[in-house]
Design a protein around this ligand. Structure first.
Ligand code: FES
Ligand code: FES
Length: 160
């Protein structure tokens, strides 16, 4: 089986591992690094549950190979909080009941993390468009949108 040595920084910590070339990034994070906050729903790019940030871009980790992130900087849901302090997007989901079972939540958080950096003052329809690739079977999306708007407000207030 073909293997490759990779070096990757995840949530500020650098890891050097040897991976099978066909190992997905999602499996690498969950099984090799024990970062199980990244969830796997469909495993073929549809549900968005596995979304993480690679070099500043939101990507579906089920659609990438671990070997492709050699040299990259990754952020997963485990890296959002600052110690005990939740990230403003997490705080907003908490405050506005943006989750029920929570299975989809890491993917929404990481998608919104990238989106709100690019668009700090989005309209509701821009938020809905941004999260259109993330599926939630529980909430009906309304509270997720409300949480996203609140998070945008907190992030703007924090930046000013
Ligand atoms: S598990 Fe990756 S998009 Fe569904
Ligand atoms: S909160 Fe259950 S799938 Fe979204």
């Amino acid at each position: 089986m073909k293997q490759r040595a990779i070096r990757v920084t995840v949530n500020g910590r650098t890891h050097e591992r040897t991976v099978e070339v066909r190992r997905t990034l999602a499996d690498f994070l969950r099984d090799d690094l024990d970062l199980t906050g990244t969830h796997l729903g469909c495993e073929h790019g549809v549900c968005g549950a596995c979304t993480i940030v690679v070099n500043g871009e939101a990507v579906r980790s089920c659609l990438m190979f671990a070997a492709q992130v050699d040299g990259a900087e990754l952020l997963t849901v485990e890296g959002l909080a600052d110690g005990e302090r939740l990230h403003p997007i997490q705080e907003a989901f908490w405050e506005h009941h943006g989750l029920q079972c929570g299975f989809c939540t890491p993917g929404f958080l990481m998608t919104l993390y990238c989106f709100l950096r690019e668009q700090p003052d989005p309209t509701e329809s821009e938020i809905r468009e941004a999260i259109s690739g993330n599926l939630c079977r529980c909430t009906g999306y309304q509270n997720i949108v409300t949480a996203a708007r609140a998070a945008a407000g907190s992030l703007r207030a924090g930046a000013s």
